[in-house]
Design a protein around this ligand. Structure first.
Ligand code: WQD
Length: 341
């Protein structure tokens, strides 16, 4: 069975991808330093999978730790690299932590397995587009000066990957530019576990609905959008997880693959903050306590993806809609409220 290393595999997107890898017949090997994840997710994954996946607690920033990993796991068919710090606001406050963690982990990983014929999937982000000039945004759109050190780490990481391929590496690499991952596994056994006060919209919605937060603030309704609130391309995390399997399959089978490519992973549709709130209320029957507040600095007004390339190259498209995103996110919130990890 083809082994796939999943760095950050106990995290939100990583854990959902571990499930889809097993569903697709791969053997996932999880690496996670637990800096932004909960070890109990491994037990939760065992409940879903019926077995406990291989897991190594290690920090990719330390070359010695990664050398031990290579000696234990020399024969990988692929790597999916999620492990990185990813909070936009925090990155502005702690740029050195972000540059060190996100670059050292990537560079050490690439160096540790260099020379091996590996299919490498990199977790990138639509944040590299900033506020696109045209919508929906395609992969050909210019990458704009990042609004945050976090966004800059994604932009520079993509350049590093292109340079590695240009040097004649044995790797094949695809960068997936995610839009806004939300929702949870239909079992409600895994989902998003924000540490502290959620920065992102959907966990703040579900924590408000369950009573952990008093009220949601909508960051501005005076934007140039139909209802005045920001627009984003929200994608169900299970659809996103399946896109990683599709990317591996593409690199395994494509005859036209040039070594490096970039693919948008979204629904291709935009939803406003107020539309998401109303979808939540409609699907769950829970009335949400929210108010309109000031704009959040750094927010782009509206962005959603052109996902033609993902359909054509990866033979992948989303199957779950915003209602499913809200319902699964709410079921997960109720589950962890009754079963704290
Ligand atoms: C979505 C919308 C807010 C909270 C970021 C990163 C991106 C990715 C996803 C890592 C915005 C509004 C939010 C709240 C609100 N992260 N909002 N009240 O900023 O689009 O994307 O997270 O890869 O790279 O940039 O996501 O969920 O923070 O915000 O009104 O309490 O919800 O203004 O319009 P964002 P978000």
């Amino acid at each position: 069975m083809s082994k796939i290393l999943v760095t950050g595999g106990l995290g939100f997107i990583g854990s959902h991808t571990v499930v889809e890898l097993v569903n697709a017949g791969y053997e996932p090997v999880i690496v996670d330093n637990l800096s932004n994840s909960n070890p109990k997710i491994l037990d939760q994954l065992s409940k879903i999978l019926g077995f406990k996946p291989n897991y190594y607690k290690l920090d990719l920033c330390y070359e010695q730790e990664i050398a031990e990993l290579v000696s234990k796991e020399p024969d990988l068919a692929g790597i999916i690299h999620f492990a990185a710090s990813k909070a936009v606001g925090e990155s502005v406050q702690k740029p050195l932590m972000y540059y060190k963690n996100n670059f050292f982990s990537l560079l050490n990983l690439l160096e540790a397995y260099q020379g091996k014929k590996l299919n490498f999937v990199f977790s990138s982000s639509c944040t590299v587009y900033g506020q696109p000039d045209e919508l929906p945004v395609t992969e050909k759109a210019p990458v704009k000066k990042a609004q945050s050190p976090y966004g800059n780490t994604k932009q520079v990481a993509e350049e590093i990957l292109q340079d590695v391929i240009a040097s004649g590496s044995a790797y094949k690499i695809i960068s997936l530019r995610y839009f806004n991952p939300v929702g949870a596994h239909q079992s409600a056994l895994i989902g998003e576990l924000p540490i502290g006060v959620p920065q992102n919209l959907v966990p703040f919605i579900t924590q408000t609905a369950i009573g952990k937060r008093q009220k949601l603030t909508v960051f501005g309704d005076d934007y140039n959008t139909p209802d005045g609130s920001n627009i984003r391309d929200y994608i169900h995390v299970v659809d996103l997880a399946k896109a990683h399997v599709a990317a591996l399959r593409y690199m395994e089978t494509a005859t036209d693959f040039t070594g490096y490519d970039v693919v948008n992973i979204g629904t291709g549709k935009g939803s406003s903050v107020l539309e998401v709130i109303h979808a939540f209320e409609k699907t769950t029957g829970v009335k949400l306590n929210y108010e309109i507040g000031p704009r959040r600095p750094g927010d782009v007004e509206q962005v959603w993806g052109d996902v033609t390339k993902a359909a054509e190259k990866l033979k992948w498209k989303t199957e779950l809609d915003v209602d499913q995103m809200m319902l699964t996110a709410w079921n997960w919130e109720k589950y962890i409220n009754e079963n704290p990890l």
